[in-house]
Design a protein around this ligand. Structure first.
Ligand SMILES: Cc1cc2nc3c(=O)[nH]c(=O)nc-3n(C[C@H](O)[C@H](O)[C@H](O)COP(=O)(O)OP(=O)(O)OC[C@H]3O[C@@H](n4cnc5c(N)ncnc54)[C@H](O)[C@@H]3O)c2cc1C
Length: 414
């Protein structure tokens, strides 16, 4: 055997999972088609990842967090949800917290995960190695690389993106939903302040978002048709800036492009099974979320935590990291934990991203309810503020909501 576990994909989920398994004493071989330089110094890819408190805790436990440059970690204090002229806000202060979450660039998370994995003697990363075929036998799983080499281990894990070829090679179907839109992301400098607010701003033809990074610097997110995304990407920088100013109704003042522009086609995926014989899925390969609710990598880290727990226990109890009962437990926990978010995100996109005017009254009603009804704001905040171990049940948010609502001792008035 080449290792106890083979992971296909050295993306953020694959590398974090490698760390979590190595911390439990397992030997791990990670197989990645990209070159080592691309993993050690990943290029900016436009994504700013909103991390929940639970994800920050997991990254600390994996020793990934200390490799993030402190000046590039932006606090997320307040979120504004807008539709036309209506809006409601979720503020960390209302929940006695200093932040709802934290924003960190995806390429910095990848670089930090690489550093943590490269320093771990229990992990070997094979780069420029593309997996072309995969399968499993009674006592081991195997992959064949494009070089023809065959690797074997008791357990194979696919963390090779939402379009996972390993998942397909192992015969696991996935539901895919193509939203027929693209998400355009880049950084822009602007003259008017964002006051540290994140905006999610819906409209008939487009969805806009602002993620506050520094005082006059924000990540701009625009959801438009594929053709519009392509036209904007190819526009000269000053033409692009004028158009973004207009699309944001000059609320951020004069704007200037401060990074490369990236476009992502919006396709959500849900694997019909998360495990097979001597096989498991992690990260986007299990659940590929629409980014509007900013939960893809947060769920990826939930899969890391649940899968590492199950494999670590299987190894201890049966000396086989692929014990079926414990893989099944991982599948149950991760499906239960992610299904409500997956369905909820789909509903948000259907209601708020639907250009048909018939949806307008519903959107207004939801926003009005958000303004008046603490429970809706509470539910949103609970999802972000949860710092407890990963929820295994869809009702876990209620526990966090109850904690937030718990009466606090009165502060002295003098
Ligand atoms: C615009 C945008 C904004 C987002 N914002 C947020 C956010 O705010 N919060 C959040 O939590 N999430 C967010 N996400 C989601 C997040 O980026 C993803 O969930 C996360 O990057 C997925 O990580 P992964 O490791 O599972 O997959 P990937 O990052 O896709 O990595 C897969 C790896 O597998 C490798 N690979 C693929 N096939 C093979 C093969 N055959 N052989 C060898 N190697 C292979 C690839 O080269 C790659 O390195 C956002 C996504 C987008 C697009």
């Amino acid at each position: 055997m080449d290792a106890q576990v083979i992971i296909v994909g050295a993306g953020p989920a694959g590398l974090c999972l490698a760390r979590a398994l190595a911390q439990r004493g397992l030997s791990v071989e990670v197989v990645e088609r990209q070159a080592q330089e691309a993993l050690a110094q990943p290029a900016f890819d436009g994504r700013e990842i909103a991390l929940t408190h639970a994800s920050m805790r997991t990254l600390r436990e994996l020793d990934v967090w200390p490799h993030l440059p402190p000046d590039d970690i932006a606090p997320l204090r307040r979120a504004r949800i807008m539709d036309g002229g209506s809006e409601f806000r979720v503020d960390a202060i209302d929940f006695a917290h200093d932040r709802l979450g934290t924003l960190v660039s995806n390429h910095l998370i990848r670089a930090a995960a690489w550093k943590a994995a490269a320093a771990d003697p229990g992990i070997r990363v094979r780069t420029e190695a593309k997996v072309e075929a995969a399968g499993s036998h009674e006592d081991h799983a195997w992959i064949r690389l494009s070089s023809g080499e065959i690797l074997q281990a008791p357990l194979l894990i696919a963390a090779d993106s939402r379009f996972s070829e390993t998942r397909r090679a192992m015969g696991i179907p996935a539901r895919m939903h193509d939203f027929g839109r693209s998400m355009l992301v880049c950084r822009m400098r602007h003259t008017e302040p964002h006051h540290g607010d994140a905006w999610e701003w819906f409209d008939r033809e487009q969805a806009r978002a602002v993620l506050p990074l520094q005082e006059h610097l924000a990540s701009i997110v625009l959801t438009v048709s594929g053709t519009q995304a392509q036209r904007l990407r190819e526009a000269p920088a000053d033409v692009f800036a004028r158009e973004i100013e207009a699309r944001f109704e000059r609320r951020l003042g004069a704007m200037e492009l401060a990074s490369t522009i990236h476009a992502y086609p919006l396709v959500a995926t849900w694997a019909q099974r998360f495990v097979g014989h001597r096989f498991a899925l992690a990260g986007d390969a299990a659940v590929g979320m629409h980014p509007v609710t900013a939960h893809g990598f947060n769920l990826g880290l939930a899969s890391v935590e649940h899968l590492a727990q199950a494999v670590g226990e299987a190894q201890k109890r049966y000396q086989d990291p692929a014990a079926p009962a414990l893989l099944a437990r991982y599948q149950r926990r991760h499906r239960l934990g992610s299904l409500p978010l997956f369905i909820g995100t789909r509903a948000v996109v259907d209601v708020f991203g639907n250009p048909r005017s018939i949806m307008q009254p519903l959107r207004r009603a939801i926003i009005e309810a958000g303004r008046r009804l603490p429970p809706l704001r509470l539910a949103l905040a609970a999802g972000l503020l949860d710092d407890a171990p990963r929820p295994a049940s869809p009702f876990a948010h209620m526990r966090v909501a109850a904690q937030i609502l718990r009466p606090r001792p009165m502060r002295p008035t003098t």
